[in-house]
Design a protein around this ligand. Structure first.
Ligand code: PMP
Length: 360
């Protein structure tokens, strides 16, 4: 009854066991401070050190160049759907959006409040089972930015290339694949991600901003959404999500022990390959996502028979593989295999899939 399950939740999702254990060991008295990180002032020396160390570790993990600021904010990735246009669209009044799933569609819809939005590409014609190729992007050289979502959590697709947009800054939602692979940050204007998949508990949103793009927000931008203010205040215009920042620091230590993002890229790709190979080799299961567009983080699959899908999910849950039911937009199953999912969890799920395939 004290057994941990292999939790395939799309987010919030598994955290590394070592991180939970360390947080547990420090929960009543953080390094002799006599209090929990949850209880300390964000203006205290001891918390400032946690903040600074986490910033430094995050920058090192993604090799973030000078000229970029890392912000630790709140409001979830969804708040950035508003913050991005509010901060950036003012320069030309228009922006390009690639709509490849639920969250880029929501971002695109929100941006329409603030300027002229052009859908530069959409995969809606095939129910978001693929990522458009570079040649398919209809790019406006006067766009204030080009927006895309690097990994589509619901549809199980992932961009395998960085769009070429010339002088137009790239804005990217990396909520569901950040820290799973190296990123050339210098190619981007803004990168943002909610923490609750690969980084920390829900409540922290990490935003990487090219500093020269900040300070041109629309005049009615809520102050808390202005990048310039948060840059000037080092993310502490108000109380930041202290606990989440602390956990992110622990996760980054763990990531380092896995070989950093380069190490993680190999590990996560190996896990995804195990799963896709098992699905492709099975009699019952299929993955509708085109091979060159498949996500290494969210693997969607189905039998084509809803009752059989439900049976699979129920039996898997009973066997300790939880949260495999697909999103209601897609149906079927989804295995979210973020950084913290152990290889063992995927290997055992593969065994389970193979046994189910034989038995049904
Ligand atoms: N973008 C992506 C890619 C997501 O997967 C999610 C949530 N699952 C969101 C945005 C929305 O994030 P939040 O709940 O933090 O607002």
């Amino acid at each position: 009854e004290n057994q941990r399950v292999f939790n395939f939740s799309a987010g919030p999702s598994m955290l590394p066991l070592e991180v939970l254990q360390r947080a547990g060991a420090e929960i009543t008295n953080y390094q002799g401070s006599g209090m929990s990180v949850m209880e300390m002032s964000h203006r205290s020396k001891v918390f400032q050190k946690i903040f600074d160390d986490t910033q430094a570790k995050f920058r090192a993990a993604l090799n973030i160049p000078e000229g970029y600021k890392v912000l630790f904010l709140q409001g979830g990735a969804s708040t950035q759907f508003s913050a991005v246009p509010l901060n950036l669209i003012g320069t030309t009044g228009k922006a390009d959006y690639a709509v490849t799933g639920n969250f880029s569609k929501l971002a695109c819809k929100e941006a329409q409040k603030y300027g002229a939005i052009s859908v530069a590409a959409t995969s809606e014609d095939k129910n978001h089972t693929y990522i458009p190729a570079q040649e398919q992007l209809k790019l406006d050289p006067e766009a204030a930015y080009f927006y895309y979502c690097a990994n589509n959590t619901i549809y199980g697709t992932e961009w395998q290339y960085v769009p070429e947009t010339g002088a137009v800054p790239l804005v990217c939602d990396m909520s569901s694949n950040i820290l799973s692979r190296p990123v050339d940050v210098s190619k981007y204007g803004v990168i943002f991600a909610g923490a609750q998949k690969n980084m920390a508990p829900a409540g922290l949103t990490v935003v990487i901003v090219k500093e020269e793009l900040a300070g041109k927000e629309l005049p009615y931008t809520p102050q808390m959404l202005g990048y310039k203010l948060m840059i000037d205040k080092d993310s502490m215009n108000n109380t930041p999500p202290c606990w989440c920042i602390y956990i992110l620091g622990l996760v980054l230590d763990w990531l380092e022990s896995q070989g950093g993002v380069a190490g993680m890229e190999k590990i996560k790709h190996g896990k995804a390959k195990l799963l896709y190979d098992a699905i492709d080799a099975s009699r019952l299961f299929t993955c509708a996502v085109e091979p060159g567009s498949r996500s290494d983080m969210n693997v969607v699959f189905r039998t084509g028979d809803e009752a059989l899908d439900a049976k699979f999910v129920a039996e898997a849950t009973a066997a300790g593989f939880t949260n495999l039911k697909g999103h209601r937009n897609v149906g079927g199953m989804r295995a979210s295999i973020y950084n913290a999912m152990p290889v063992e969890g995927v290997e055992k799920l593969v065994d389970f899939i193979q046994a189910f395939d034989k038995a049904n």
